[in-house]
Structures are given as C-alpha cells and as structure tokens.
Design a binder for this molecule. Structure first.
Ligand code: 13P
Ligand code: SF4
Length: 356
C-alpha cells in the first residue's frame, strides 16, 4: 500500500449542515396542471431537462417525455454538451449545474433549487484544497465530479464514478503520483483496484456513508440468492460484499443484465424508478442504512436531490430565476479537467468499438 496518510483531517459534515430529506407532496390535479405548464414552457423556450437518477420519479418521467435526458453525472455532462437546446434545466445538484455551464458557457443553465448541494462538494473547500495541492506539486490532481467549479479549476482531471478506475489505471501506468479528492471511500476503492500511489482527501457522501456492512451481512443471510450491487461511494465493509461495484448507470444495467431475481441495492433509492422501468420483474431490496441503535440521517435518499420538485421547476421556467453562473476565468481552467475526461472516455469507447 503506497497511500500517504499525511492528510488525516476529516472533511465529513456536521449534522447541522445536512438538511432533512423533504419530498414534495402534491395532489394529482396540481401535478397535471404543473406538468402541462412545464411542457409548454420547455417548448416555448427551446429548453430541455437533464435529470439525475436520484431525482423524484415525476421529474425523470417528465424529462423522458419531453426529449430531455435522465442519467448518471458523466452522461449528464455529455448530453448537455451535445444538446442543441438553448437552455438546459439541470435537475440534480449544484456541481451538475456548474459542469453544464462550464461545458456550455453560451447556454442558459437553470436549476429548480440553487441550494441543492452535495456533502462531497461542501467538504472540499477550494482554498484549502488548493493549498494542499500546492504542498504536493509532484502529484497529478484528480477530482471527482462532485466538487465545485473552483476545485475542478485547480485539477488536472475530473473523473466520475463510472470512469475513475480507468483514469487512475491510465495515470498509474504513466508512473504518476495522484492527489485524489474528495471522497475517501471511492478513493480507497480506486486505490485498491489500481494499486495507485494516492493522497486521499477525507470527504464522504452522507447518503452512501450510511450503508452498514454488518447489517448487510445479516440481510444477505435472509436472501442468499440475491446479488449485491453497490455504488463505490459506500464504505469498504459494504463494497467488500458486492457482486458488482458500479456507477448509477452500472447498477441499472447490472439488474437488467444479470440472470438473478433478487438484488440488494446500496445507493440512493431514487434509482429504483429507472431500474423498475428496465427490469420490471426483478425484486429490489434496499441495503440497510442503520443498525438497531442508530437512526439514519438520509435514509438512502439524498436531501439535496430531493430539493428538485415540480413546483420549483415550474417557478424557474416562468421566472427565469435560478440561473447558474460561473466566473469566466474558472470556466476556462475547469474546462480542461472535464474535457480531458470526455476525450479519454471517447477514446476508450472508440478503442472498444475497434476491438469488437
Ligand atoms: P453517478 O456519477 O454514479 O451518477 O453518481 C453521482 C452521485 O452523486 C452519486 O451519489
Ligand atoms: Fe452528493 Fe451523496 Fe447526494 Fe450524490 S447522493 S449528490 S454524492 S450527497
């Protein structure tokens, strides 16, 4: 193990920094009325919705019905970059809106709620991170997509959960030493998979951090044939029990493609909507989030993702409020780290297509 452990401060959030998970409750009549308004506004404004799998099912359905897109964070960035729409409505969290703006500065980017953040982003303040990078100038700086635009501007590479292992393998083959931020669990997983020399920032996702290894073991005893699918932001005690460790898209595809009936899923429950769409006959079981004496904080649903709602979406479309702006200098710098990943993943899929 070549990991340097000098970074021993924790960047996990205090309880008060985490909002409660509040899902908008709405009657059928109002839902129908808002949906009609949103559809009309999207058309009128040449706008499309780009939604993450963790947002509420009604937003995902609306995005699909109106020519928008529902995906993981990597494909959200790709779609926004390729779409001809003048306005992108990013239903997700802050870093997703910022990434869309960085890749499409000429487009108007709106979000239902600008307060929708992410514990990983909040746990990696740009100034402290920059000082840390300055102290290790011989390291390549790799940051997870779940970071602010300013942190991406300080990085050499941005990666997502679906691309992290491949990128780190590539850099390790070139003999590079790596600074990894901000997710300690994902960093640890990638380090184990690649044997890379990594300095790992100590942030965490408050949703995935709650999955519990011991309780998962007990659950598996009751479901011995179930396959275990885990997002790599989870603790190692949970990852170690996985049949598949994957991004949100990886998990959805695994349920559809693996010849099994039952699946235990360790990620945000927002993903169940898409899984049920593509594999309606499979049995989905939530991975346990809390032990007998504990209470869960997020209960497997991200409080910031839940801030996206039909009412707020209607409001931003009608008012133009909640536009995402990123400083021009930061856009120029951050674009390099994001584009490097998009070019890398394109090259990889071209290679795969050539080998086939
Ligand atoms: P994905 O890139 O797998 O969609 O993950 C984003 C995220 O925020 C997971 O918590
Ligand atoms: Fe961030 Fe976790 Fe929410 Fe994803 S689920 S946006 S990593 S807090």
């Amino acid at each position: 193990m070549t990991t340097d452990t000098t970074l021993n401060r924790s960047y996990t959030l205090e309880r008060e920094q985490i909002p409660p998970t509040v899902v908008e409750q709405i009657e059928d009549d109002e839902r129908a009325e808002l949906t009609a308004k949103i559809k009309a506004q999207l058309k009128q404004q040449n706008a499309v919705m780009v939604a993450h799998y963790y947002t509420e099912p009604e937003l995902q359905i609306l995005a699909d019905e109106t020519g928008g897109y529902v995906s993981d964070s990597l494909d959200m960035a790709r779609f926004g970059n390729e779409s001809a729409a003048e306005t992108l409505i990013v239903c997700g969290v802050k870093f997703m809106g910022e990434t869309a703006k960085i890749l499409n500065p000429e487009k108007r980017i709106l979000m239902p709620d600008l307060e929708a953040n992410c514990s990983l982003d909040l746990g990696c303040p740009a100034d402290e991170f920059s000082d840390f990078c300055d102290a290790h100038p011989d390291h390549v700086v790799v940051v997870y997509a779940n970071t602010s635009a300013a942190v991406k501007a300080r990085a050499d590479w941005m990666v997502t959960s679906g691309s992290a292992v491949d990128v780190i393998k590539h850099l390790t083959a070139e003999g590079k030493k790596i600074i990894w931020a901000p997710d300690k669990y994902l960093g640890d997983y990638v380090q184990k998979e690649t044997g890379a020399n990594m300095l790992i920032w100590q942030g965490a996702c408050i949703v995935h951090e709650e999955f519990k290894g011991k309780e998962l073991e007990a659950l598996r005893e009751h479901h011995p044939d179930a396959k275990v699918l885990v997002h790599p932001e989870s603790p190692s005690s949970v990852i170690e029990q996985a049949d598949i460790v994957g991004s949100t898209t990886g998990i959805i595809n695994a349920v559809a493609n693996i010849d099994a009936k039952e699946f235990i899923i360790a990620t945000d429950t927002g993903i169940f909507h898409k899984i049920k769409e593509s594999a309606p006959d499979k049995v989905l079981i939530e991975a346990p989030t809390a032990g007998k004496s504990a209470t869960c904080i997020s209960c497997a649903h991200c409080p910031w993702m839940a801030m996206n709602s039909l009412r707020k979406l209607t409001h931003v479309l009608e008012t133009g409020n909640n536009e995402v702006f990123v400083d021009n200098e930061i856009i120029q710098k951050a674009k390099g780290s994001i584009q490097r990943l998009l070019d890398f993943t394109k090259e990889q899929s071209n290679k795969l297509a050539g080998d086939a």
